[in-house]
Design a protein around this ligand. Structure first.
Ligand code: ZN
Ligand code: ZN
Length: 407
């Protein structure tokens, strides 16, 4: 079996090489046409068309989402899911490099299509829209996208080759205050100032930030601060991100942030309306046997994971892949496309995502994902070890928390 596995690994790597030009073209095309969350119509269509061309059966607009897809090949268990993200950021294009995630996932799919008939098992390439705030994977999961999936794999670009990022649980909330308008000079005593309420809350949150864990983050913007300086603002609103190391810690932190919002309303006599925006993102359980398998395959390609080496500080962020990792064994490794000092979500990173270094990560990412998927398809002992590690993570979760609860 080991010999057969090595042979198939050679075949998938050769297949990715044969697809090199097509994959780089696909990555470049998505990079040049950045589309925002939930309207990635062109990227989803191009990927679906490519996968159909290499033998997949494609379900477009899958799981009720217009820009999701599910491309399937092979039969039965184990089933490996390869995830493609392809949404961009407002104003700065593909500054998270999701064009690379998309092309690497599609390339791994094309490579596996060449061998899955011989190995047995099946592969599904999932087009997962709206990672940047919409929670596409959460919505797809709710419709059963990860049922019967043995492993969920993707690769995300970064400034280094890493086993993953430091994934924080995230909730995004909108706070809206309603007061009463009045002439700010002629009759200020008739007014109830909604902006004052929001400023009080904002300052409370700024003070709270001194006394939260180093892994926690609270940051926000004011989206409505009134209409004119000579009218007491009757409405004010802001959007805030709240992040914590785990879903449970996030629930606790949300209570403290809620107290700040309530303080603003209490101090001013305004009405507070709070709502959660989009889906809450979970922290991530990186599946250890699976990431070790990925690391070994990446090493075959001459890349080495930088985790644990001096100076390799963690990348801190949030992703809906965290929610997937609570359902099935999953990994979210990072692949180097830019120098280590170039942060994600910067104009510089958007540039690197379209360079030769970006192209190399599409090819290496596709090969590493395909080889890791092969290990899962061909090694029952690995599947068992993954399931055991997943069960351990699930067992260590203390208490329960409804991630959909509003503050
Ligand atoms: Zn991002
Ligand atoms: Zn991203």
């Amino acid at each position: 079996m080991a010999n057969a596995l090595n042979h198939w690994k050679d075949v998938v790597c050769r297949t990715v090489e044969a697809q090199r030009a097509a994959l780089i073209e696909l990555s470049g095309r998505i990079h040049r046409c950045p589309e925002l969350k939930f309207v990635e119509h062109r990227a989803a269509a191009w990927l679906a068309e490519y996968l159909e061309g290499v033998g997949f059966t494609v379900d477009r607009q899958a799981y009720g989402l217009p820009t999701a897809f599910a491309a399937r090949i092979g039969n039965g268990a184990p089933q490996v899911a390869l995830l493609c993200e392809y949404d961009a950021l407002p104003g700065i294009g593909h500054a998270c490099g999701h064009n690379i995630i998309a092309a690497a996932g599609a390339g791994a799919g094309a490579a596996l299509a060449a061998v899955v008939g011989a190995t047995g098992g099946s592969v599904v390439v999932l087009g997962t829209p709206a990672e940047e705030g919409g929670g596409g994977k959460v919505l797809m999961a709710r419709q059963g996208a990860f049922q019967n999936v043995a492993a969920a794999l993707m690769v995300h670009p970064a400034g280094r080759d890493l086993a993953g990022m430091h994934v924080l649980a995230l909730s995004q909330v909108e706070a809206e205050y309603r007061g009463r308008a009045a002439h700010a000079s002629a009759a200020p005593h008739h007014g109830i100032n909604a902006l004052d309420a929001l400023v009080t809350a904002y300052n409370g949150i700024a003070q709270l930030r001194q006394h939260i864990h180093p892994t926690e983050r609270i940051h926000g913007i004011i989206t409505d601060g009134g209409q004119a300086p000579n009218i007491v603002p009757e409405r004010a609103a802001g959007i805030f991100c709240i992040r914590s190391a785990t879903e449970l810690a996030l629930a606790e932190l949300k209570k403290r942030v809620l107290a700040c919002f309530k303080a603003g309303a209490l101090a001013t006599g305004t009405e507070l309306h709070l709502r959660t925006l989009g889906e809450d993102y979970a922290d991530m359980w990186t599946n250890q046997p699976l990431i070790e398998t990925y690391a070994a395959n990446l090493q075959r390609l001459g890349r080495q994971l930088a985790n644990g080496t001096p100076g390799a500080t963690a990348i801190v962020g949030s992703t809906d892949m965290g929610n997937v990792s609570k359902l099935v064994p999953a990994i979210h490794p990072m692949i180097a496309v830019a120098p280590p000092n170039v942060p994600l979500h910067s104009v510089e990173f958007a540039h690197w995502a379209g360079t030769q270094a970006g192209h190399r990560s599409v090819i290496d990412g596709a090969k590493a994902l395909a080889m890791t998927a092969l290990d899962v398809l061909c090694t029952p002992a690995l599947v068992a070890a993954m399931e055991e590690a997943f069960a351990r993570s699930a067992g260590s979760r203390v208490g329960c928390h409804d991630p959909t609860a509003v503050l």
